[in-house]
Design a protein around this ligand. Structure first.
Ligand SMILES: Nc1ncnc2c1ncn2[C@@H]1O[C@H](COP(=O)(O)OP(=O)(O)OP(=O)(O)O)[C@@H](O)[C@H]1O
Ligand SMILES: [Mg+2]
Length: 298
């Protein structure tokens, strides 16, 4: 017998038996979809994690526009390398530590963030060098193999002297721990690291650019289609006008594509059309990202 819903992944098709409310809940919950840029970045992270220990460990910068999947991909990688209990040892094993950089280039807050993630007691008033010592000792004890610093542009912002200071912090941590450091952020982070020749030589780059309206974008929409339980196929491959419209509504940002697909799919269920088409995309009350930033007219 042929598959009744060839436009859906098997597990997703099973949701068609559920109530509309359950389907909508499922559609609204976060999901991971693979696409070539993310697969490539995760492969690079895997390679870095198994890099043999050496005096100068390579680092990686994951650079991209905002709302385009950077955080989601490093968090997925962390999920694949979760901390492990270590019954015989003093501390759990933490192969990969993910942190968000503090919003300002403040070394003290940077160490506080790490100490809090490790549930380590610390004195807020301690000097940064003392905290740095504590951080290095703890990160060695948990067997850290990779530190991921998201929003790294925050700590590389500001005046040149502050930038330099933080670049030295990163360099020192990497050298002491002999681990790769992965920075995640915007082009500003890339520019800041370029100012330090020694560091820029040691940072490889992965770029997650804004999407173009090309075959990869069409594939992305087809991946969304497979993952969202609607009864009828939207056949994006045969509907270039729908693809063009979703592209212009999203302005090429993955997070926007995801929101459009969710809103349109809910509309498709509530209106019983059970597919995404051009007409209904005009009815979901969408405002393009660049228009959202404009002041409302009085
Ligand atoms: N692999 C993926 N599969 C499905 N949806 C995704 C994926 N990656 C990102 N998204 C969607 O895009 C949204 C934005 O992703 P994310 O928060 O990772 O972006 P970001 O690049 O870190 O943005 P920012 O620079 O603002 O921090 C997510 O909330 C999710 O809806
Ligand atoms: Mg992010």
């Amino acid at each position: 017998m042929s598959e009744p819903y060839p436009h859906l992944a098997k597990k997703v098709a099973s949701y068609l038996d559920k109530t509309d409310a359950q389907r909508i809940d499922y559609i609204r919950s976060p999901r991971w979809l693979s696409y070539p840029g993310a697969d490539d970045a995760i492969r690079r992270l895997e390679n870095l994690l198994t890099e043999p220990l050496k005096h100068r460990m390579p680092n990686l910068l994951i650079i991209g526009d905002t709302n385009n999947g950077k955080t989601m991909l490093v968090k997925r990688f962390c999920n694949q390398h979760k901390p492990q209990e270590n019954p015989g040892g003093d501390a759990s094993i933490i192969p990969v530590l993910y942190m968000q950089a503090p919003p300002v280039p403040d070394e003290n807050r940077f160490y506080n963030t790490i100490l809090e993630l490790l549930f380590a007691p610390y004195k807020s008033a301690d000097r940064p060098d003392k905290k740095q010592f504590q951080v290095i000792k703890l990160l060695k004890a948990v067997g850290l193999k990779m530190l991921i610093i998201d929003e790294i542009h925050h700590i590389l912002a500001g005046v040149m002297t502050k930038q330099r200071a933080f670049l030295n912090v990163i360099k020192y941590l990497g050298n002491e721990l002999q681990i790769p450091i992965v920075g995640v952020g915007t082009q500003d982070a890339f520019r800041a690291i370029q100012t330090d020749l020694q560091l820029s030589n040691r940072f490889d780059r992965v770029i997650l650019p804004r999407w173009s309206n090309d075959d990869e974008f069409l594939n992305l929409l087809c991946t969304f289609e497979m993952a969202i339980p609607l009864k009828n196929p939207s056949n994006f491959a045969d509907e270039p006008a729908v693809v063009d419209l979703i592209y212009s509504m999203s302005e090429g940002y993955l997070g926007e594509v995801s929101r459009i697909m969710v809103a349109a799919s809910i509309y498709a269920i509530e209106s019983s059309s059970e597919k995404i088409d051009k007409k209904m995309l005009g009815k979901i009350g969408w405002v393009n990202p660049s228009n959202r930033r404009k002041e409302p007219r009085s």
